[in-house]
Ligand binder design. Structure first.
Ligand code: F6P
Length: 369
């Protein structure tokens, strides 16, 4: 039995997602109600690794008063980063090369020195992999699944996803009328990294005519043929949703920037290419709309806000029950706990036999295969 908790820390890592502030609020209020003190680490772990950057403190005391009224706000009050994983921290060498070092012991030392008993780590795959490593080194850790991409395994959904899909669907609704008025092909590129959840859900809810996702390598000739059939049928416009990580059969992903030390590759550019190629092959006017970071902004939907509040409170309950090395997850019957062993380093792709893909096919949506 570990010693009773008196003090916990919270951090938010990776790309921001609507609902982060609601999790922070829920963790802090639930913890304070148990008599615990809460601290928020700034910008992932940067508040500990680079204290000199934070004149007001790299680790902030979080009181109930400090977090009340933030649940509906987008972003994260703690800041975040998707650069500089402390397990593979990039360091510039005198010869101009870059080497990666493990700085996780500095984080453990901070927790020990300041008598912080546990960490609630709110993040996606990268952050939860770091949380898993810290747990294996002896830190008490509970993870909370965040990402608009919904690509984390063992949870029905991550918070942030519903907000991204709701916003993107609203955008599609608006694009139908302008596309129809100009008889155009409108290509909408959405985020999602190597998973097609955002594109799939948005495309079906928003009545797209073709959806390209990473899980189904596409043949653009088939999409062009689908658009021509629509035209022959009197449908003069089309909406094509493309996931940033989708790629053609025997082709490659479009990148905005390659991976570099401490930073993953940046996906993007597929929408432009698809619009250009479809314009050539169909002879129609085509335009591209890249929703990009708009999907990460704004207030969480009530679904995401509630999920975030439930996750935060469940994380504190888990610590109170002496659990560690777990992630709170949404199951069919409510919030449950899964081992970080089962989550870290894994990706939840869209299953090709899921009923959502089947629904798309039944509705006559082209997947480019
Ligand atoms: O993982 C969330 C996400 O928004 C991805 O969908 C996207 O590829 C990536 O982050 C963008 O990251 P950045 O903020 O570094 O451009």
């Amino acid at each position: 039995m570990s010693k009773p908790i008196k003090r916990i820390a919270i951090n938010t890592g990776g790309g921001d997602a609507p609902g982060l502030n609601a999790v922070i609020q829920s963790v802090v209020v639930s913890a304070v109600n148990r008599g615990w003190e809460c601290y928020g680490i700034r910008d992932g772990f940067n508040g500990i690794l680079f204290p000199e950057r934070y004149p007001e403190g790299g680790v902030l005391r979080l009181t109930r008063e400090r977090v009340l009224g933030i649940g509906h706000l987008g972003g994260t009050m703690l800041g975040t980063t998707n650069k500089g994983n402390p397990l593979h921290f990039p360091v510039n060498m005198p010869d101009g090369s870059t080497r990666e070092i493990d700085r996780s012991d500095e984080i453990l030392a901070y927790f020990a020195t300041h008598e912080i008993d546990a960490l609630v780590s709110i993040g996606g795959d990268g952050s939860l992999t770091i949380a898993h490593a810290l747990h294996q080194k002896g830190l008490r850790v509970v993870g909370v699944p965040k990402t608009i991409d919904n690509d984390l395994d063992k949870t029905f959904t991550t918070f942030g996803f519903d907000t991204a899909v709701s916003f993107a669907t609203d955008c599609l609704d608006r694009l139908h009328s302008t596309a129809a008025s100009h008889q155009r092909v409108m290509v909408v590129e959405v985020m999602g990294r190597y998973a097609g959840w955002i594109a799939l859900h948005t495309g079906i809810a928003g009545e797209a005519h073709a959806i390209l996702i990473p899980e189904i390598p596409f043949n653009l000739d088939k999409v062009a043929e689908h658009l021509r059939c629509r035209e022959a049928d009197g449908q003069q416009y089309s909406i094509v949703v493309v996931a940033e990580g989708a790629m053609p059969v025997n082709g490659h992903r479009e990148l905005l920037a390659p991976a570099e030390a401490g930073h993953a590759e940046r996906l993007g550019g597929l929408g432009e290419r698809v619009a250009h190629d479809l314009a050539e092959s169909t002879g129609k006017d085509a335009r591209v709309v890249v929703l990009g970071h708009l999907l990460r902004g704004g207030s969480p939907t009530s679904f995401d806000r509630l999920a975030a509040l439930r996750f935060g409170a469940a994380a504190v309950r888990a610590l109170n029950e002496n659990q560690s090395g777990i992630m709170v997850a949404l199951g069919l019957h409510g919030v449950n706990y899964v081992s970080l062993d089962e989550v870290a380093g894994r990706m939840k792709a869209v299953p090709l036999d899921c009923d959502t893909v089947q629904t798309g096919r039944d509705l006559g949506i082209c997947f480019g295969d």
